[in-house]
Design a protein around this ligand. Structure first.
Ligand code: HEC
Length: 228
């Protein structure tokens, strides 16, 4: 009995599959798609014709007052000297120099590029603001790797104050921000070059603070004695 019903089920299954057709198979008839994996979505593709909008274009004009990434209402954020967009320095430039990559030839360089380093406190407060916006959600405001995202399950988040990261050259941290690292995504496409450096400088501050706290706590650690 069991054998018969199993056989019947297999035949029914094969028939149903044959009837529905396979994805990718050539046929004149419309496919029956049981699981279409969101292959067809009611959405506009970039650079495609639209039948939805009256002007026939899928792309929309940004609304008035839209501020592009890397700009604020007064112009470019944290602009370095000169016209960056023309000289290929900063913004979202993709030049092979240290300023844009954190690399010096085949190795990482160390240090903040001079045009930015000389802005001192301004660079750090910019870095703090950008870090709090872009990184703290995962790495935590103090860089301890305990931001809210961790509570929601991204368990691999590291403390940026970790000993090995303190020893990394600035260029390597810049590179991590730009391209991400294993389970961390890339932030290069959304954080301007100057701002990435500002964040690197601020990560150094967090590391110094963590180090200082540890040293201070260690100095305060005394042998136990009865409390009077
Ligand atoms: C969505 C969460 C998330 C955000 C946002 C995020 N990170 Fe990370 N970050 C991670 C995770 C996860 C790792 C650990 C990657 C691994 O080794 O698997 C990591 C690792 C790192 C490391 C160590 C890389 C190494 O060499 O091991 C640094 C430095 C770092 N992040 C800096 C930053 C900075 C600076 C920002 C802000 C621009 C940032 N991260 C934003 C999740 C995040």
């Amino acid at each position: 009995m069991l054998k018969i019903s199993f056989g019947a089920l297999t035949i029914a299954g094969v028939l149903a599959l044959g009837f529905a057709g396979f994805r990718g198979a050539k046929t004149e008839l419309p496919h029956v798609e049981w699981f279409n994996d969101m292959a067809h979505q009611p959405k506009e593709q970039p650079q495609h014709k639209s039948t939805f909008f009256s002007d026939g274009r899928s792309a929309r004009q940004p609304v008035d007052g839209t501020v592009p990434i890397g700009f604020n209402l007064k112009g470019r954020y944290f602009q370095t000297e000169g016209n960056n967009l023309v000289s290929g320095h900063g913004g979202f430039a993709n030049q092979p120099d240290y300023f844009n990559t954190g690399r010096m030839g085949d190795v990482y360089g160390d240090g903040i590029p001079e045009v930015l380093a000389k802005r001192g406190a301004e660079l750090l407060s910019r870095g703090q603001e950008r870090y709090d916006i872009s990184c703290a959600i995962c790495h935590g405001k103090a860089g301890q790797g305990n931001g809210p995202v961790k509570a929601f399950g991204l368990m691999t988040i590291r403390a940026v104050t970790d000993e090995p990261l303190r020893a990394q050259p600035d260029g390597q941290i810049f590179n991590t921000i730009t391209h991400g690292k294993s389970t961390m995504g890339a932030y290069g496409p959304v954080i301007a070059v100057e701002d990435r450096w500002a964040i690197v400088a601020y990560v150094r501050v967090l590391q110094k603070v963590a180090e200082g706290k540890l040293a201070a706590a260690a100095a305060e650690t005394k042998p136990a004695e009865a409390k009077k």
